[in-house]
Every structure is written in C-alpha cells, then in structure tokens.
Ligand binder design. Structure first.
Ligand code: IMP
Ligand code: MG
Length: 431
C-alpha cells in the first residue's frame, strides 16, 4: 500500500470522510494531523450513519490503527463522548487509537472564548463552529496552553495546572468579556477523571510512527477542513486556525516529506462553504436552494445550512498547486444528475479585468465576479455507475473538462454516499 494524503480542495465538506473510509481498509495507520472537533466527517455504511469529529475515519475498519496527531487541538470531553458512542455501536477503539502527547488540549474556556469573540465581532464574525478552535491554537502559539501529554501527570499536578489555566482564562472572561467565570475546581476535577479514561491512549507519536518512517507500515493522512480554510493559504481572516494544506500533514504528524506518498485532493462536483467569508461562485437564489436540497448540504457539526454554488476552477487550480496534488477525487457527482445545465467559474473579473490566477489577498476576492462556462446536464442517474463507461456522455465530458483544467488526474469519482458508490479511475478520466 502506498501512503496517501487526503486534503480538502475547497472550503471543507468535500466528502473526505467517505474517501478516507474507502481507502483505509488495508492501511496500517490513519493519521489526523490538524483541526479539532470543528470537523464533521460523515460516513454511511448501509443504513448506519457515523459522524466523526475527532476520531480518524479509519476507525470504522477493524484492525486499522488511528492517531490523533500533534497538530490537532483536542477537547477531552468531546473525545470521550465520541469514543463511547463508537464503542456502543460495537467498534473497538481504545485498543487501536492513539493520541499524540504533543497535541494541544482544548479546555471548556476555549469554547466560551470562541463564542464570546464571535458575538463581539458581530457583522464581522467568522461564523466559527464554536468548538474553541481559534482560542486553543492561540494558547498553543503563545505558549501557554496545555497539551494532551499533561494527562499523564499525577492527578494532583494535573488538577493544579488546570486550575491555574482556568483561573487565568476566568480573568479574561470576567474582565474583558464581562462573562461568568468557569467553576475552576469542578472543571479541573472533571479533567482528572477524563485523564484516567484517555491517558492510556496518549503516546509518543515519534516512537509510535517509527514503522511509517521506515516504510514498513503504511499510512493515510486524513485532512480536515479544506485548502480555502487554511490559516495561511485560505481566505483570511475567514479561515480556521490550522494548516489544512499539505504542510500541516508534516508538522501535524512529525513525519518527513518522503512519507507522504500520493497527495489526493477531494473536490465536490460543485462547491459549498459554511460560515462567513468570500465565495465568488455562490448561488444566492433558488438555484442555490436546489443544490442544497439535492446535496443535503447541512453542516455535520453545527447543522447550519451550507452556502452552495458552482465549481470554482480558479480557486481549485490554486488548491491543486498549493498542495502539489498528484491526483484528485470528485465527489457528489450524482447531486448534479437533475440539473439542466451546470456552470463552472473559469476566471474572475476583477475591476474590469479578467484574471485566472487566484488573488491571494482576500480583500480582493469579494470584488471578484465569476466568469462562467456552461455545460449541458445529463438528466440521468449516475448513482449506479461503477466504471467510467456507465456514466452518461455529458457527465464524462464534464469530468474530462475538470481533469484537463485542474491539471491533475481524476483518480476517483463518488456517485453517492455509500461505500460502494465509487468509480476508481487510476489512469484518469480522459481516454
Ligand atoms: P473554526 O474552525 O470553528 O474556528 O471555524 C472557522 C471557519 O471554518 C468557519 O467558517 C467554519 O464554518 C469553517 N469550518 C471549520 N471546520 C469546518 C469543517 O470541517 N467543514 C467546513 N467548514 C469548517
Ligand atoms: Mg464536514
């Protein structure tokens, strides 16, 4: 098995969970490398629906080992609940899931601060998931935050350290935000109890991944969010607080570049975004509602209605280039089955000038008007297709166009939410 990185090519929710699940059957490791419980990876197996936030999607295959990498921010409360829910459904978790000791520990006050900051920003709010992601990464970067390795400390020391952090956060809560402080001792005691549950899974990831480094064990890197939500390369400030692009796979696991293998970008056959910020190819009217209904585009983490629009070739080509994608996978092609016509933003018009290079200053993006190219629909179901030949001619033409313009081979096409609804095209879609 070759190693592989799965990266979102758009603003998240591209269907990475399904693809990781499909590709992780035979790998030794599935590694999450950034983000936290802001992610919502939905996987359908028969009638069963699993939504994972922190646990890597590989957990649904027996025998696959999973790591929550050092680049993550981990909410121990959420993680315990997620593990218990999986165990209740009959999945073994604690014997094959590991947590990097260097991952940041997300505390309840991070969530409070996230909410309060968003409220204070009002019209300029980012539209975060409210999971405390920004404040937790901030504590990491200003070198004050706790780490998952702290859960290995003797109980009294852990409790003391947690109380100290909560009291410091309480000052900000009450003095800056005029909000209720958190009950420090109660929260710290809860954390001590959680430590008993989670500590057996906390490991030295450098040591645990020695087989991957040596090439004797295979790994699939599971990205969360998407390229356009990356803290450095996305639509700043309307982004998440981690590197969801390729660099995050390295810093978030501690593995060297040669361990990455194939780099697969996941793109929906159209585009969605949840939260605020620029989205040039957004459809605001009934056409957007139609896409949302057809695609079931509601957030897996917050239930929010996702903003929907057409495939954005300018932003997508940027995503291919920034990550060095060696192949892309197109998901939710079937959602377009009933459309009379399909559009793709092939360029932007920026103050009277047509550009096809993505403008990296996000102040410019709201000024960009998409230039569309229209494609005829196919008006036939694609959900039963298992090979390229099964697809209607117009659907194939659409894929061939995407492959050519993206400049990366399409190595897979997803035509439904179930595990089996996949067309694998290792040599691309252009024959
Ligand atoms: P945060 O990551 O919760 O701070 O949210 C920052 C921005 O990223 C908001 O626009 C969120 O809606 C968006 N976001 C965060 N995680 C995801 C995700 O997994 N899928 C889609 N959007 C996300
Ligand atoms: Mg999602």
């Amino acid at each position: 098995m070759e190693n592989r990185v799965i990266i979102g090519g758009q603003w998240g929710d591209e269907g990475k969970g399904k693809i990781v699940d499909a590709l992780s059957k035979d790998v030794d490791w599935v590694l999450r490398y950034q983000g936290g419980a802001n992610a919502g990876h939905t996987i359908h197996i028969g009638a069963d629906k699993h939504v994972l936030h922190l646990v890597p999607s590989g957990i649904l295959h027996d025998g696959v080992r999973c790591l929550l990498g050092g680049g993550m921010v981990i909410d121990p409360w959420s993680l315990r609940d997620e593990v218990l829910a999986l165990e209740q459904k009959g999945h073994s978790v604690r014997d094959r899931m590991y947590i990097s000791a260097t991952a940041a520990l997300l505390m309840p006050f991070h969530k409070r601060l996230d909410e309060l900051r968003e409220t204070r920003l009002k019209r300029k709010s980012i539209g975060t998931t409210g999971r405390g992601i920004g404040p937790a990464y901030l504590d990491k970067l200003q070198r004050t935050g706790m780490r998952m390795g702290d859960l290995l400390m003797p109980a009294e020391n852990l409790e003391r350290k947690a109380i100290e952090k909560i009291l410091a956060a309480n000052e900000v809560l009450s003095e800056f935000y005029d909000a209720e402080p958190l009950p420090a001792r109660i929260v710290a005691e809860e954390l001590v109890v959680l430590a008993q549950f989670l500590a057996p899974m906390v490991v030295n990831a450098y040591d645990k991944l020695s087989g991957v480094r040596a090439g004797t064990e295979s790994a699939l890197f599971e990205g969360a969010q998407g390229t356009m939500l990356d803290i450095d390369h996305g639509t700043f400030p309307y982004v998440t607080s981690s590197n969801s692009t390729i660099g995050g796979a390295l810093t978030g696991t501690g593995l060297p570049p040669r361990s990455l293998g194939e780099i697969n970008g996941i793109f929906k056959a159209y585009c969605t975004r949840v939260g605020n910020g620029p989205f040039p190819s957004e459809l605001l009217g009934t056409k957007g509602d139609e896409l949302r209904d057809a695609g079931g585009e509601y957030g897996a983490t917050t239930g929010r209605a996702r903003r929907c629009g057409w495939f954005d070739m300018v932003a997508s080509r940027y995503a291919v280039d920034i990550n060095g994608m060696t192949g892309v996978i197109i998901t939710k092609l079937d959602v377009l089955d009933d459309m009379d016509s399909i559009q793709v933003a092939t360029a932007y018009e920026l103050i009277g000038e047509e550009i096809d290079v993505y403008p990296v200053l996000s102040e410019q993006i709201p000024l960009c008007r998409p230039v569309y190219r229209e494609f005829p629909g196919w008006d036939k179901p694609t959900t039963e297709a298992r090979q390229l030949q099964d697809l209607p001619a117009n659907a194939r033409k659409y894929l061939e166009y995407l492959e050519k313009e993206l400049g990366a081979l399409i190595v897979g096409v997803s035509v439904g939410r179930d595990r089996e609804q996949m067309i694998w095209t290792p040599t691309g879609v252009t024959t």
